[in-house]
Design a protein around this ligand. Structure first.
Ligand SMILES: NC(=O)c1ccc[n+]([C@@H]2O[C@H](COP(=O)([O-])OP(=O)(O)OC[C@H]3O[C@@H](n4cnc5c(N)ncnc54)[C@H](OP(=O)(O)O)[C@@H]3O)[C@@H](O)[C@H]2O)c1
Length: 257
């Protein structure tokens, strides 16, 4: 603990956002840079990451990071360790909604992802990114987070991951709950809790947050919020250094797990 305090108290705040080359992740990275953080813009495609980092400005730096490729995770961690030696904030934002034919409408994807017909390969691919990727990035970055004076992890989940909400017959979105994406976000919430419960002893906070239903590539730009509006709650949680541990919130406030 003493080491942690000595190593980063009163120092520059450092953040890593996965999948930050576009969409909600880009908005989070931009907001962090505008609020004094040095931000590593994680991108599985280095060119897209470099373009996003240039657009954000001086406080942003691209880092190649594919959450399904462990070698890119250790290389990113080694890079951050060399440049700063600690990490104050990890935002696990990277996510996919399907692994099938690109360019389909949201309705087509939801139909194909139904529990009775979803291909096991597609379930595996999406969970590999949304669930196992989140675990892998978090475990890889933990040594750096432990070196910050007060570290936080923010997992970008989805209201769809809330079993309590989906179980309510009045919930409009229950029709969209599927095995491929919805259930992966439920699993991500469970992963959030597992880390939050273990790491609270070390004063590392772990929270889950849902954007609004946001027009991004994830839903073929059919979301009803603009990316700026839909990203507000993830940005609030990412910037909140004094909030509680193990929360799950969305644009309208607390969500049930
Ligand atoms: N949009 C919504 O309505 C909504 C609602 C609830 C939750 N969310 C969550 O919000 C997060 C961001 O999604 P978004 O809406 O901003 O969608 P998006 O624009 O498609 O962004 C997703 C990001 O994740 C990256 N990504 C995908 N697979 C990756 C991998 N294996 N390794 C590293 N990066 C990877 C993408 O990279 P590429 O550019 O290379 O594809 C992209 O940068 C996701 O976790 C999503 O589930 C979104």
């Amino acid at each position: 603990m003493e080491n942690r305090k000595e190593s980063s108290a009163n120092k520059q705040l450092i953040a890593l956002v996965t999948g930050a080359n576009q969409g909600v992740g880009f908005q989070i990275a931009k907001a962090l840079a505008n609020n004094g953080y040095i931000v590593y813009v994680g991108s599985r495609n280095p060119e897209n990451g470099a373009k996003a980092a240039t657009e954000i400005g001086d406080n942003a730096q691209a880092v190649e990071l594919d959450v399904t490729k462990l070698a890119t995770l250790s290389a990113a961690a080694a890079h951050i360790a060399k440049e700063h030696g600690y990490l104050d904030l990890l935002v696990n934002n990277a996510g996919i909604s399907h692994a099938g034919k690109p360019g389909r409408t949201l309705q087509e994807v939801v139909q194909a992802n139904r529990a009775s017909k979803a291909s096991l390969d597609e379930v595996r691919t999406v969970w590999e990114t949304n669930v196992f990727g989140t675990i892998a990035v978090t475990q890889t970055m933990l040594p750096l987070l432990r070196k910050a004076s007060v570290a936080r992890i923010v997992n970008v989940s989805s209201g769809l991951g809330s079993l309590s909400w989906i179980a309510d017959p009045a919930t409009w979105e229950r029709e969209h709950f599927d095995l491929v994406y919805g259930a992966s976000k439920t699993a991500m919430n469970a992963v959030t809790m597992a880390f939050a419960l273990e790491l609270e002893k070390e004063n590392i906070k772990v929270n889950a947050v849902s954007p609004g239903f946001t027009a991004t590539a994830l839903n073929n730009f059919q979301g009803t919020d603009s990316v700026e509006v839909g990203s507000r709650e993830p940005i609030r949680v990412a910037l909140d250094t004094n909030g509680p541990n193990m929360t799950f919130t969305g644009p309208e406030g607390p969500l049930q797990w």
